[in-house]
Design a protein around this ligand. Structure first.
Ligand code: ATP
Length: 236
């Protein structure tokens, strides 16, 4: 736990059209660590990931990747540095087969399809099938597999559980954790399903109305009634 963080947010304030939706966010993710970013609908979880990806520009504060300030670094350049983002809704291409997703590399990029198939063996069986014909859980496997095929150093996953049965989520999350531990990739896991997220996370941060209200290691969070409140009541 003493390794340099792969990601650090330092006093980050961010938003849209000059209006802040995130205020003074500080958090870190170390190599091999799974960090849960929790909070109700509209708390600012997706905006945090979009700011790390470089799609939304911070108003104040810094995003540090392996200690380097990413200010001025484009989303594409961040991706090339090793920042992977599995968006809410998965971002797979319905008309392409599973195998085609692993051939669809941008310039200079080589995708490690074997790694994706190793962590998600079901994908190999489905390699000839179009993504649009996959179940929700299979599509999520494909999105995760596609992200880890890029051998990221930081993997951000937005609402993996969206639209999936809990039993499917319970199968996918441990794979994400195993991948983090095996590869040393840091994972920032955005989830509304607090209990499921805390089964695989090492630490967690709770966002409420754009601010971090609680953070700590998972054992401490599980014992924290404030977490339960802020996560289940929703943003008013
Ligand atoms: P959800 O789980 O619903 O995505 P969230 O915690 O990820 O919730 P965000 O999507 O980051 O929250 O939204 C935080 C706030 O920012 C909300 O008040 C939302 O209305 C606002 N917001 C999000 N995207 C935009 C945008 N493109 N333009 C303006 N406001 C936005």
């Amino acid at each position: 736990a003493t390794a340099q963080p792969v990601l650090e947010l330092d006093g980050l304030t961010s938003g849209y059209n000059g209006a802040a939706v995130l205020r003074d966010i500080s958090l870190s993710v170390r190599p091999g660590e799974v960090v849960a970013l929790l909070g109700a609908n509209g708390a600012g979880k997706t905006s945090t990931l979009m700011t790390i990806s470089g799609i939304v520009k911070p108003m104040r504060g810094r995003v540090l990747f392996n200690s380097a300030d990413l200010k001025g670094t484009s989303p594409d350049a961040r991706a090339r540095l090793g920042v992977a983002h599995v968006p809410e809704g998965r971002g797979v291409f319905f008309g392409l087969t599973v195998a085609e997703h692993f051939r669809l590399a941008s310039r200079g990029e080589t995708l490690d399809a074997a790694a994706a198939y190793r962590y998600f063996p079901a994908l190999e069986q489905l390699s000839g099938r179009r993504a649009g014909l996959l179940s929700g859980g299979e599509q999520q496997m494909l999105a995760l597999g596609r992200a880890l095929a890029r051998r990221p150093k930081l993997l951000m996953i937005d609402e993996l559980s969206l639209g999936l049965a809990p039993i499917i989520v319970e199968r996918l999350l441990p794979v994400v954790r195993d991948y983090a531990k095996d590869s040393g990739c840091g994972v920032l896991l955005v989830e509304q399903h607090v209990e499921l997220a805390l089964t695989v996370a090492d630490r967690g941060f709770v966002l409420s109305h754009g601010e971090i209200t609680t953070h700590g290691d998972v054992a401490a969070l599980k014992a924290n009634p404030e977490l339960v409140l802020s996560s289940y009541l929703g943003e008013q």
